[in-house]
Design a protein around this ligand. Structure first.
Ligand SMILES: [Fe+2]
Length: 306
């Protein structure tokens, strides 16, 4: 789903993107992606701590694909329910308010940004983003990081800037993917080489336009360089590791065997060790094993939603 959010001349008036490069890039874009209306309605509704499940049911039932997917997701092995849920109401009650928001956001984003001429690229992109969200949450749990749902949200949206590229410059984006899959460059480096700018530059800007997720803009900006993060360093580190894990395991975008990341050696673990568990023995392989144990469940839920 895209809209004429910004016309070329409007970029002159935006206060946020001061950087000339960013302004020049934005001026080349005809259409920017918008949040799906059903997601906006549900995000608004769930802001009220007193919101009722019935209100949400009415909203979600207006979208049959969303309804079916939410029930399917809850029945995934990942949720480990042990029994079959048939109705949307049961699914929502089981999920609880924070999880409902995340599942609705995931399914509406996947649905709305998948049905166009670039659907193959979008499929890989959402598989990767969703898998990173799930892995971020698992890692957060394993690390005893305080807010699992926030880790999920940051994982889901960390690469959101790529949506702009896929919509507007699919051929260039394809070149970037090929470069990443065949060298040891990351997306940020490959984009900077091919386009002169990267998704970590314009992703935070897009989130601010969307008005709902400004609080994770810093994670979006620094997820390829956790050592440069200033705020929420642990969350940046979690998303960084989750993304590398997904690439190593061919979840969405995969890597050639010659270029797999040495996950255990990554600097981000140092941040986690110092910020989250300063006085505990820190077992990196144990945290990776906690994700490995769920790998088949992750693959199943990614297939169910994407
Ligand atoms: Fe990225």
């Amino acid at each position: 789903m895209i809209a004429n959010v910004i016309k070329k001349d409007d970029t002159q008036n935006t206060q946020n993107p001061k950087d000339k490069k960013l302004l020049a890039f934005l001026s080349k874009i005809e259409n920017l992606p918008v949040l799906p209306p059903v997601a906006i309605k549900i995000l608004d509704k769930t802001k009220d701590p007193e919101f009722s499940i019935d209100d949400l049911i009415d909203l979600i039932m207006m979208d049959q694909v969303l309804t079916a997917k939410m029930v399917r997701v809850v029945n995934s092995v990942y949720f480990g329910l042990g029994r079959r849920i048939e109705s949307l109401r049961e699914a929502l009650v089981y999920l609880g308010s924070k999880e409902i928001k995340n599942v609705v956001l995931t399914t509406t984003l996947v649905n709305n940004f998948s049905n166009n001429q670039n659907s193959k690229l979008f499929k890989s992109f959402w598989e990767y983003s969703f898998a990173t969200a799930v892995v971020s949450k698992l890692l957060a749990k394993s690390l005893k990081y305080k807010d699992h749902e926030r880790a999920y949200l940051a994982g889901l949206l960390h690469d959101i800037g790529e949506v702009i590229l896929i919509h507007n410059f699919p051929n260039e984006f394809l070149k970037v993917v090929k470069k990443v899959e065949s060298t040891n460059m990351n997306f940020e480096e490959a984009e900077n080489e091919i386009l002169g700018i990267s998704h970590t530059d314009f992703g935070p800007w897009l989130l601010e336009q969307w008005n709902y997720f400004g609080e994770i803009a810093h994670v979006v900006s620094r997820h390829h360089k956790p050592e440069t993060s200033i705020y929420e360093r642990h969350l940046v580190a979690i998303v960084h590791i989750a993304g590398l894990y997904c690439q190593n395991n061919n979840l969405g975008f995969g890597l050639n065997d010659d270029f797999k990341h040495e996950l255990e050696m990554n600097f981000a673990w140092e941040i986690l060790k110092n910020d989250i568990s300063p006085n505990e023995t820190f077992n990196i392989s144990g945290h990776i094993a906690a994700i490995d144990d769920n790998l088949s469940g992750i693959k199943e839920i990614v297939n169910n939603i994407c």
